[in-house]
Design a protein around this ligand. Structure first.
Ligand SMILES: [Zn+2]
Length: 285
């Protein structure tokens, strides 16, 4: 534990009431405090709050985030496929900064192309100001490593922030999906989290490339169909001339026991062999 961390305020104490003024957020704190030896998952926290005060998932997610903003050290630990919320301590004056701040050297390196990575505008020709942007935002566990950084003009950066904010209700699931090691699992778990809703392809791209850049994430997505997933897509022309592609997961299959890519290649081979056999039969019969 870090040196400047304070002991946790006791549930029901004046200290806690002064620190967390909102009663429902205190309920979550007290639940987390009680469950320190057996930390709950977000599903359990949501169920607890839905039962106790009848609030929606997104309200609960927001309260958990607000505890972190108030300086509570509340990391998630992964146990198999579950993420558990561990209440560890708190420090006055806000949350712990994750990792070192981006150094001057890295910042200069990221901005060196002097061109917005999204719209292509430049400070010289278009008089835009460039900022260092996190491709996977920090709220979704995106880090400060150079692979996750890009130059964006202030307009594009603002637009991106607003767009990410529309996914606030799903932030927890997105974070969980992003943390999987295998690209197929990242994509699949993201689609599952949206429970049959259409998911914009750009979001899928960000989640797919979170751990390792994906040249062709849409191909990785289509490969899930080889595993028996039903994933229709849709093109929409709702934004001027720009065509947007969406995918949704209608039904899914459990993950294979071994590496996912091995199972996909095995099935591709079997499908090919079956096709070839059918063709030969057609010719001779
Ligand atoms: Zn731009």
């Amino acid at each position: 534990m870090d040196g400047d961390q304070q002991p946790l305020p006791e549930p029901g104490s004046d200290e806690l009431a002064a620190l967390v003024t909102d009663a429902a957020t205190r309920d979550i704190y007290e639940f987390l405090h009680r469950r320190r030896a057996n930390p709950p998952t977000m599903v359990e926290i949501r169920a607890y709050m839905a039962n106790k005060v009848g609030e929606s998932h997104s309200q609960t997610d927001r309260r958990v985030r607000s505890l972190r903003e108030r300086g509570f050290d509340l990391p998630t630990v992964q146990n198999g496929r579950e993420h558990r919320y561990v209440l560890k301590g708190w420090r006055p004056g806000g949350p712990r900064k994750t990792g070192p701040k981006i150094s001057k050297k890295i910042r200069a390196q990221v901005l060196a192309p002097q061109r917005c990575a999204q719209c292509g505008k430049t400070p010289l020709e278009d008089e835009v100001k460039l900022v260092v942007d996190h491709k996977v935002p920090q709220e979704w566990d995106g880090g400060d490593e150079i692979e996750n950084l890009q130059p964006l003009c202030e307009d594009c950066n603002g637009g991106k922030k607003a767009w990410f904010a529309t996914y606030d209700a799903h932030a927890e699931e997105i974070r969980t999906a992003i943390n999987h090691e295998e690209v197929h699992r990242r994509i699949g778990e993201l689609l599952k989290a949206f429970e049959g809703e259409w998911v914009y392809t750009e979001l899928i791209g960000i989640v797919a490339s979170a751990q390792a850049y994906q040249e062709d994430y849409q191909k990785r997505l289509r490969e899930l169909r080889t595993l028996g997933w039903v994933i229709p897509h849709q093109k929409r022309h709702n934004e001027g001339a720009r065509v947007r592609t969406y995918y949704k997961c209608v039904s899914w299959e459990p993950w294979p026991d071994g590496p996912i890519i091995t199972e996909i290649r095995r099935r591709e081979k079997a499908n090919k062999a079956a096709k070839a056999a059918a063709k030969t039969e057609g010719q001779t019969g």
